[in-house]
Design a protein around this ligand. Sequence first.
Ligand code: MRU
Length: 341
Amino acid sequence: MDAIRWQGDSLALLDQTRLPVEEVWNDYTDYRAVAEAIRRLVVRGAPAIGVAAAYAVCLAALEFQTLEPRDFRAAMDKAARALAASRPTAVNLFWSLDRMKLTLSAAGGDAGAIPVLIREAEAIHREDIAMNRKIGRCGAELVPPGARILTHCNAGAIATGGYGTALGVVRAAHAAGHVEMVYCDETRPLLQGARLTAWELVKDGIPATLITDSMAASLMAQGKIDLIFLGCDRMARNGDFANKIGTYSLAVLANYHGIPFYTVLPSSTIDMSIPDGSHIVIEERAPEEVTHFAGVQTAPEGVLVHNPAFDVTPHRLLTGIVTEKGVIHPPFTERLAELFG
Ligand code: MRU
């Protein structure tokens, strides 16, 4: 299962806004359209945004290849700025753009670098899948037989280069025969849990039960959740992390009920440049995402709306962090510095 395909001189993206009803792939040859696709959540999920942006840099290079070297360089800088402005929270976007910029400079900074840029974007994509597979193996060791797992939003194959982070753990644990049930929060307001996570799980034959976000607490109180695995958009060097809005509430609930709570992420999601979660920019999205449901107005004209796409969970609510280098337990600042500093 995948959502991003490089086709030599164009990029194909599975349109995630149309799932689960339609599986439509869009072709892109213009980096501006890819930036717009990221903004509109045609492609979404921190690692997937990073991979798509890397390929968008290749599209820009192909478009500008006939320019004089100085103009080529200026046009490439402008393209990178436009892509960086698409969404602010997931650090993978900036990590990937920085990696592509360094690659371009090291390869001479002109159009001769195009094959090297394409190889680098493909490497970013391939490495992400490989990291997810390792993450899956590490995380699966935490899952006892008969586990009932709760997840939020979509940290699956289509949110990454392929396979998934939190759903990578679920996939590996399911292959080991340890998953009794995966509860998917629907994830208001854009329903990534209902539209995307439930779709991935049903497609893979993994037992899945959809709940609304507000049902999680009562399931926990009834002892029906054994573990929580969810994704991450940016982790600070002390372990505080941003993820889909609603993650923080789940962390508080898990803490209250004594349920192990793990975030699952590749190293490309760790931002060692910021000391804690207060430095993470949280994306505020359009009010219509809250005032309308499936295109139908559900709130009165004139009401004020607060619509942050993410929240920040303090590291002290985390049981552990599942990465491609293993599962990290507190003290997070020291352990993250040892492994990723
Ligand atoms: O707004 P989205 O759908 O891009 O939000 C995605 C999430 O919050 C995911 O949990 C996160 O990016 C990790 S994806 C492996």
